[in-house]
Design a protein around this ligand. Sequence first.
Ligand code: OGA
Ligand code: MN
Length: 214
Amino acid sequence: MSAGASSAVTGSSLTEPIAQSLAERGYAIVPEFLGPAAARALAEAARSRESRGEFRPAAIGAGAHRAVRPRIRGDQIHWLAEPLLPAEREALAAFEALRQRLNESCALGLVDLECHYAVYPPGAGYVRHLDRSPAGAERVVSVVLYLNDGWIEGDGGALVLHVEPVVEVLPRSGTLAVFLSERIEHEVRPAGRSRLSLAGWFRRRGRLYGGAPA
Ligand code: OGA
Ligand code: MN
């Protein structure tokens, strides 16, 4: 892909500081990863899927321990898959530009992205956790893109990054949180209104393709 194609999506002026902050601190917060029109179109796409009944309660754990535990994690999710809506294609193109930039700047060997919408109903949250579990060992970088217009501090629902000092991110439309999946513990505080996001994970190559063990 040419530099022009990627800058049309997010602007290389945006992706470079993300890579730098990720390398230095283990996270980056980007207030306008998507512009207002693109973020609103994506929110509408998500809400149309929600109204068609495409969301399911999110589960935690793996294998025999996999279960829905709303007091630990109270969101409803929809995994992005073909056929995609135009606003979803645009968001994925922005993430693809970021993936390439992170590989160039940080040599992370990221091969793909898995992502789902998440809707937290009022009162729901997600307790402190790490995104990389034995089941998700390929996850290297977590990204969360927020899709809520007119969010104010009193609405709650902050993403809390447990770093020193603690970082709180309001889930405002177009804001992106990026962090290292294995390193940064985080939680979602309950909100007073419905809270929508697109959460994703850039992954490295899994065991299936990894060749002979070292
Ligand atoms: C997650 C998560 C954070 C957020 O889905 O694993 O931590 O702010 N989401 O929605
Ligand atoms: Mn998480």
